[in-house]
Design a protein around this ligand. Structure first.
Ligand code: 13P
Length: 282
């Protein structure tokens, strides 16, 4: 299957019956687990890595592995840079052939976020790639950054941001946070509905780990088109490794690397089923 752009995978605005899963990966094993999950379920896939994790997986090493995994996958697969914060990482991702990048300017005042995002849009579009950007602020931290508080996206700001930046997908803050939740999140589905009604830009949910099946369904029934999952795959893989270390005293390196593949595959399959994306490849 060719490497595709994530925008080609999003359900139409009027189709709120499913959302595409975007799964963060940090090595070949995780990418391989994710593509096997997509193939088993006949589902489209987005593979992504966040800039905040590049300390563990340099983009010039992992990026080509992600592209190769997407090309190997029999399902349409997009490769995306998640939470790009520097122009260097964004440029490198585009040079490597990533089909989309996220620019996260959520820490900047609105005008500055729009201006910086528009620069990324011009660059990415000139290379045929799509851009996701964030308005409002999702809580927690993706990778090695300092955790931040949630700032729920305002409808007026979302409308202005989408129109003036020219982005292809918009990450909105509706009460979710990156990482494992310390308390039950209070989702602002009311706000999601208002934003969905006010703009045609596809909406993205960050901080998927720890939400319930009902939460996910509520989000895509009300307009979310892409859902990001990171921590749950890391935890699923780490738990598999711990199980093997505990139960098999003569475990070898390849038992552990296989645990990462299996741990990621199980988690990706579980979420794809909840997202309703199974059998969406015709
Ligand atoms: P989680 O780590 O909470 O799944 O968040 C993933 C995410 O939003 C990546 O950008």
């Amino acid at each position: 299957m060719p490497l595709v752009k994530m925008t080609e995978l999003f359900p139409k605005k009027s189709d709120c019956t499913y959302a595409i899963g975007a799964f963060n990966v940090s090595d070949m094993e995780m990418a391989w687990g994710a593509i096997q999950a997509a193939e088993e379920l006949n589902a489209p896939l987005i593979l992504q890595i966040a800039e905040g994790r590049l300390r563990y997986s340099p983009l010039d090493l992992l990026g080509p592995v992600m592209i190769a995994a997407a090309k190997k996958c029999k399902m349409p697969t997009a490769v995306h840079l998640d939470h790009g914060g520097t122009i260097e990482a964004i440029k490198l991702a585009l040079e490597l052939g990533f089909t989309s990048v996220m620019f996260d300017g959520s820490k900047y005042p609105l005008d500055e976020n729009i201006r910086k995002t528009r620069e990324v849009v011009e660059l990415a579009h000139s290379k045929g790639a799509a851009v996701e950007a964030e308005i409002g602020r999702v809580g927690g931290a993706e990778g090695d950054y300092k955790a931040v508080d949630i700032a729920v996206t305002s409808v007026d700001e979302a409308v202005r941001f989408a129109k003036e930046s020219g982005i292809d997908a918009m990450a909105v803050a509706i009460g979710t946070a990156h990482g494992n939740y310390k308390e039950t999140p209070k989702l602002r589905i009311d706000r999601l509905k208002e934003i969905f009604d006010a703009t045609d830009t596809p909406l993205v949910l960050h901080g998927g780990t720890g939400l319930t099946e009902d939460d996910f369904k509520n989000c895509y029934h009300n307009g979310i088109k892409k859902i990001n999952i990171a921590t749950a795959s890391y935890d699923s893989s780490a738990n598999k490794i711990k199980e093997i270390a505990k139960s098999k005293s003569d475990a070898k390196y390849f038992d552990f690397s296989d645990a990462i593949v299996q741990g990621t595959m199980e988690n990706v399959k579980k979420h794809m089923k909840i997202f309703g994306v199974e059998n969406k490849v015709k």
